[in-house]
Design a protein around this ligand. Sequence first.
Ligand SMILES: Cc1cc2nc3c(=O)[nH]c(=O)nc-3n(C[C@H](O)[C@H](O)[C@H](O)COP(=O)(O)OP(=O)(O)OC[C@H]3O[C@@H](n4cnc5c(N)ncnc54)[C@H](O)[C@@H]3O)c2cc1C
Length: 462
Amino acid sequence: MTTASFDPAALRAAVRGPVALPGEPEWDAARQAWNLAADQHPAAVLHATGPDDVIAAVGCARRAGLRVAPQGIGHGAGALGPLDDTLLLRTTRMTHVEVDAAARRARVEAGAAWEPVARLAGEHDLAALHGSSGTVGVAGYTLGGGLGWLARQHGLASEAVTAIELVTADGRLRRATAEQEPELFWALRGGGGSFGVVTALEFELFPLAEAYGGGIFWPGEHATAVMRAYREWAATLPDSVSTTVRLLRLPPFPQVPEPLRNVPIVDVGLVVAGDAASGAELVAPLLAATPPPLANRVGPLRAPDLAFVHGDPEQPVPGVGHHALLRELPDAAIDALVAVAGADSGSPLLSCELRQLGGALGRRAPGSGALGALDAAFALYGVGIPAGPEVAQAVQERLDAVVEAVAPWQAPTGYLNFADRPGGDSADLFDGATHARLLALKREVDPEGLIVSGHALALPAA
Ligand SMILES: Cc1cc2nc3c(=O)[nH]c(=O)nc-3n(C[C@H](O)[C@H](O)[C@H](O)COP(=O)(O)OP(=O)(O)OC[C@H]3O[C@@H](n4cnc5c(N)ncnc54)[C@H](O)[C@@H]3O)c2cc1C
């Protein structure tokens, strides 16, 4: 793109939402993402109030030679590259959520987080396909696929989407459904946020009257035994159960119970979409095959509780992560992970997690979106808190070492929502045909690369 002069007054006159500029009193608050590790320096920040603001802002940015980076709550901010000559378009004032219980559908504005969706749907014994944290944004999560507690039963959140409204680089508000704008509809379901500024999403909800789940925690010295027992147990589970296993070192935060603070822990997280009696029966073989736990926090859940089962932070925190998809988890892979991130490894990471895939996640339905399925057995995600430059470097090096350790079992593709690093190549995330199709659509709808996303589809320099 060519950079012309940016006239903030013209932008302010064109939109209803507040515009913040460098040096102004509200600048630091306006540019701050949920991920406190992201130090964002755009040319300006607009907090859009609705589609009209988005249309006006895209037009102003195009005329001024600025790019536009859509951002919701900002969990994925770490993956955005430098924001020079970029308007950061925040959607956090666009948070309206509607649940139509009879139709089992929800419609949300692009800045909504999952928690209100889970709460409103739960009032009708319905569940959305959100992930482990209610603070994550519906839009960013769903555009990247969306791997949640009901995913082995119902698939990726992107597969439950029925419509997405967005403003494309030409300033047009479009509605993408299976019938209308089908190529955009395909791309937006798991292909990321490169195709426009999403203003609203509509998706299916699923009946969930009762569930069972939580976390079971063991001292870190049992990691190898627990992970091996977990793998055998997980392989026997029906699709109605989703599980994780993590190597943890939890900070002394108030919400972390005393025996779990600052010590190496291995935990298994699970959600059974079913009643407590059948849930307890499914968990029993794991407990029989492992040493006595430090804490067993598994019990009956209602649908909205699923947004909190994992104990993810509920306030903004700094975090950097890295990931890989694994084809299989043999003993050697478990040994490699425990060596690099377990109790005696000296790892500075907060968590090194494996999420069980399979079930509906492995089945690509007719008419599925750009992601459709995850062709792997487990998703590995490591994360650390970069508290100061030295720790930040140690965390990044350890994240590299974790992914390197599992390289022999790594699947050829990746997962956008766990690809946290800036400058990542989207070609590493998708199979060749999917990536080429995404790139072709990006060239068609945004030939100048106006829209900047965390995982930009790299266009040849203009
Ligand atoms: C605590 C925590 C828990 C998580 N748990 C899970 C999980 O269980 N499963 C899972 O799959 N992922 C999970 N994630 C990853 C999460 O899904 C991604 O970080 C996702 O990108 C966050 O979306 P957001 O809207 O909150 O973030 P943002 O940073 O606001 O958005 C991320 C990217 O999405 C795109 N985007 C956002 N809004 C728009 C828009 N309106 N129009 C166009 N593009 C847009 C942009 O490219 C943006 O850079 C988790 C992350 C955290 C921090």
